[in-house]
Design a protein around this ligand. Structure first.
Ligand code: SF4
Ligand code: MG
Length: 315
């Protein structure tokens, strides 16, 4: 399989009054062409920041990012414009990601204008109608304003806008978490269909483990700014290696309605300001050893996947 996007030791540090916030703390990641990569982790663990770094919507503080083998870490404005057509983002909340003062037509026309993908009202209209229909909406939705649509319809428009540029990779940051379960299921089905039709790669972020389990080919587990385990979804659920992943998955029953990750584990997530030394997870880890408080475990291949934990040190 081709690696479409690759991050090495990617880092994002935000300075704050209390000290440096290590939002993303040296993450390695490989996104394979055509897969659905699911990223899970509790709120505040750095999932959204990581996706914005990979999309180059935020500059990283360290590390490198490659798209199709090309180093995009230091991309300038004109190069980023090209990248915006190759990777796009569906935001979490449809209520805030559309401009409420613009019609659906104007919201959707923007990417076509910015990237010169269609010219003039007639040509753009043809494209917008095609997009709306592919998302199960009608041409007449074009003249409406966002507030005149339901939550599900709005999220379909947001997805349509992300697809307008005909991207190769789509980042979906909790794309259905603001919606009812029944609407959520419909949108997920549609996303799966579009992925097959357009041969897309999805980077799917969620705190809902059951959802991630159903839709992903591979998953990554983040904890306090670090990637702690990454691997094929079936193997990960069959036998999680990292103690955090174990805790996360064991308390999730076989597919039942969505369950919030935040309620699953014992104890609070420590602050990313001055995170615990050594393994960030050690204050909550039932398998903690002496070394864990002193040394950060490397993120290395173990049993067909990557894991960052001293339990799997080779010597
Ligand atoms: Fe637990 Fe140590 Fe592994 Fe961290 S490195 S998860 S503290 S056993
Ligand atoms: Mg988030």
């Amino acid at each position: 399989t081709d690696i479409i996007l690759k991050a090495d030791k990617i880092q994002k540090i935000f300075p704050s009054k209390e000290g440096d916030v290590r939002a993303v703390d040296g993450v390695d990641l490989e996104l394979r062409s055509g897969e659905v990569f699911g990223l899970v982790g509790e709120s505040g663990c750095g999932k959204s920041t990581l996706s914005r770094l990979l999309l180059k919507l935020l500059n990283s503080s360290g590390g490198t990012i490659k798209f199709k083998g090309e180093d995009i870490t230091g991309y300038e404005k004109n190069q980023l414009k090209r990248l915006r057509r190759q990777m796009s983002l569906v935001f979490q909340d449809p209520h805030t990601s559309l401009n409420p003062r613009m019609t659906i037509y104007d919201n959707l026309a923007r990417p076509f204008k910015i990237h010169n993908l269609a010219n003039g009202r007639e040509e753009i209209t043809v494209e917008i109608v095609r997009l709306l229909k592919s998302m199960g909406l009608q041409a007449e939705h074009m003249i409406r304003y966002p507030h005149e649509l339901s939550g599900g319809q709005k999220q379909r428009v947001v997805v349509a806008r992300a697809l307008a540029v005909d991207p190769e990779v789509v980042f979906l940051d909790e794309p259905t978490s603001a919606l009812d379960v029944s609407v959520q299921a419909k949108i997920l089905k549609l996303l799966a269909k579009i992925k097959e039709e357009k041969d897309l790669t999805y980077f799917f972020i969620s705190h809902d483990i059951n959802l991630i389990r159903v839709i992903s080919d591979r998953i990554g587990v983040m904890y306090l700014g670090r990637m702690v385990e990454q691997g094929e979804v079936g193997k990960m659920f069959k036998e999680p290696l990292h103690p955090y992943t174990k805790g996360l998955f064991s308390s999730v029953p076989e597919p039942t309605p969505a369950r919030r990750l935040d309620s699953v584990l014992m104890g609070e997530v420590p602050s990313p300001v001055n995170p615990p030394a050594g393994c960030h997870f050690h204050p909550r880890c039932p398998e903690k050893m002496a070394i864990c408080e002193k040394e950060s475990p490397a993120f290395e291949y173990r049993e067909g996947r990557k894991v960052a934990c001293h339990l799997y040190d080779l010597d």
